[in-house]
Design a protein around this ligand. Structure first.
Ligand SMILES: Cc1cc2nc3c(=O)[nH]c(=O)nc-3n(C[C@H](O)[C@H](O)[C@H](O)COP(=O)(O)OP(=O)(O)OC[C@H]3O[C@@H](n4cnc5c(N)ncnc54)[C@H](O)[C@@H]3O)c2cc1C
Length: 385
């Protein structure tokens, strides 16, 4: 017999960082159910990130969401996490002589907001980051504000906080059917049936698939695979305090990771939604770039993985009600910034679902409901005609 899970104000599909953070923000005021298809929340992209918080990463809207998230990371509230969610890391962008103009352009772009940028060249750059080959790194731009995120603590803090506030989170509960009848959603999942006034699409790489299931238009949200690996190096560097280091063309990045080094070829290979696995070719590309651009001598690869970074066509997340399908709320397309922008996106989404105006803390950072709205894609297609 089919299990009945009950009637809820909001059912959130997906218990990654997006679904968990929104459940946390809504659960004090509404009856919230989170349904996750896997046995572990965070099994997909949330558990596979590089865990960086950087206010200079991404486009203007992403940057405004990151700035607006900072206060939550610094003071998430009593009982959220036993230790700090952020640890200082910094970011070093570097470039060869051939692309110095791009590094200079980045400096000019960031200067108005990032006041403590530091330009490095020659011996100063060598001392700062001795692993970079001189011919690959003519100059560097150091931005000290970036931090490592304790993603596990953030995600678990959201999930347990949401439960404490009354939300229900059910795993092994893939949503297989969604139908709107009489101002309600009737949902069928592997864990049982339920109904809800609002259905939230926080399904990550599966966002467009869930839209199809619910009869909503797809937004061409594209999952792109990215590979990462962790290695022990033969060199005896003390790399603990090195920044995340990335070339200006974004073909490689690396950062210290608990006594080892985490690196990625910054690949962006289109993929269908799936349990992404690292491809041997991408690993070989990364090892080749490490050899050409750095003095690293990887001794042993201790971990490798891939995850799907999911992008909208304008590389900006989508958060808002679908105009054509009542009660269908999008929270998707967070790309490579979904951890660092989760606090602001959750606060903004909760305000929209509760019918409230955008909190001042987001407005002052320049975040706008319009820039995130699903309607922007419909407007584009109308203009195209
Ligand atoms: C290599 C890599 C490095 C990254 N580095 C960073 C970084 O440094 N900083 C940063 O901020 N971001 C980073 N990101 C991006 C970040 O990880 C993502 O933006 C974020 O995790 C997206 O969260 P999500 O909750 O939307 O997706 P997910 O974590 O994938 O969650 C979506 C969930 O929905 C579930 N689901 C889907 N369909 C259904 C269904 N029908 N029924 C039930 N459940 C369903 C899935 O099982 C999944 O658990 C990185 C990503 C990768 C891959």
């Amino acid at each position: 017999m089919t299990k009945l899970l009950g009637d809820f104000d909001v059912v959130i599909v997906g218990a990654g960082i997006a679904g968990a953070s929104l459940a946390f923000e809504l659960a004090s005021e509404l009856r919230v159910l989170v349904l996750e298809q896997e046995s572990q929340p965070g099994y997909h992209t949330t558990g596979r990130s590089a865990a960086l918080f950087s206010e200079v990463y991404g486009n203007d809207t992403v940057r405004s969401l990151s700035r607006a998230s900072r206060a939550f990371f610094d003071t998430p509230g009593a009982g959220f996490s036993e230790h700090s969610l952020l640890e200082p890391r910094g970011t070093l962008f570097f470039s060869a002589k051939s692309s110095l103009d791009r590094l200079q352009a980045l400096q000019a772009e960031l200067a108005p907001r990032a006041t403590s940028l530091h330009w490095l060249e020659g011996d100063e750059l060598r001392r700062f980051l001795p692993a970079l080959r001189p011919q690959a790194a003519q100059a560097g731009l150091f931005e000290p504000g970036a931090c490592d995120i304790d993603v596990h603590a953030l995600h678990q803090g959201y999930l347990s906080g949401a439960r404490r506030r009354g939300a229900t989170v059910i795993c092994n509960a893939e949503v297989e059917h969604a139908e709107r009848t009489q101002c309600k959603w009737d949902l069928r999942s592997r864990a049982g049936d339920c109904s809800a006034t609002v259905l939230v699409n926080a399904a990550g790489a599966w966002a467009d698939r869930l839209a199809v299931l619910a009869g909503a238009p797809i937004l061409d949200i594209a999952p792109l695979r990215r590979t990462a690996l962790v290695f022990e190096d033969q060199q005896t560097w003390d790399s603990r305090h090195w920044p995340l280091t990335v070339d200006i063309e974004e073909t490689i990045y690396f950062k210290p990771d608990a006594g080892r080094l985490l690196a990625s070829p910054a690949d962006q290979t289109p993929s269908s939604p799936c349990d992404a696995q690292p491809d041997e070719f991408d690993v070989a590309v990364l090892l080749d770039r490490l050899e050409r651009l750095t003095f690293f001598q990887p001794k042993r690869i201790t971990g490798r993985w891939a995850g799907l970074r999911t992008f909208t066509t304008d590389k900006t997340p989508v958060a808002g009600f679908d105009a054509g399908v009542p009660g269908f709320f999008w929270l998707a397309g967070q790309g490579g910034y979904g951890i660092q922008t989760a606090p602001a996106l959750a606060i903004l989404s909760a305000a929209l679902i509760l019918g409230r105006s955008m909190p001042e803390s987001l407005l002052v950072q320049g975040a706008s409901v319009q820039a995130l709205s699903p309607q922007r894609f419909l407007q584009t297609s109308a203009l195209d005609i």
